[in-house]
Design a protein around this ligand. Structure first.
Ligand SMILES: [Ca+2]
Ligand SMILES: [Ca+2]
Length: 150
């Protein structure tokens, strides 16, 4: 390859490499920002999902959980409720609060049910309305607990 050929090739190669680098960086940062929220959601809501559950049974479980955590019974979980609980229950309440999104410090049952509906559908992969042990195992393999565990 002589110098002249090289001079012709370089201007076409450099933009191509730059494009690849930008694409790779974009994917890396996309993963880094998207993953923690969805993993948290799966952990927080997935802990109430058991084999044999229908969507109704699962939502019933979440409602019971919600009522236990809503210490003052006003239909919202917020910092006032968290302050009334022991450490373990307060941690659970904070997990649910984190579902309401960044900057929000209150969550209602309908908000939780929206997330729960989405989670249930993503676990019930054959769409028969019941979560089997196999579907739950597959889901947990796809969404492993964060390193360090909680
Ligand atoms: Ca409350
Ligand atoms: Ca199923």
């Amino acid at each position: 390859m002589n110098r002249l050929t090289l001079m012709r090739i370089i201007p076409t190669i450099i933009p191509a490499i730059a494009c690849l680098v930008i694409l790779a960086l974009g994917q890396a940062t996309g993963r880094a920002t998207a993953q923690p929220a969805s993993v948290d959601k799966n952990q927080t809501l997935g802990s109430q999902l058991a084999p044999g559950h229908t969507l109704d049974g699962y939502l019933q479980n979440l409602r019971t959980d919600f009522r236990r955590l809503d210490a003052d019974g006003n239909g919202r979980i917020d910092a006032a409720d968290v302050a009334k609980h022991d450490a373990a229950t307060a941690a659970r309440a904070r997990d649910l609060l984190s579902l309401s999104g960044e900057g929000s410090n209150v969550i209602t049952l309908p908000e939780i049910e929206v997330h729960a509906n989405t989670l249930f559908r993503s676990v019930d992969t054959d769409g028969n309305g019941t979560v089997s042990q196999q579907e739950l195992d597959n889901h947990r393999r796809r969404n492993p607990a964060p390193a360090g565990g909680r």
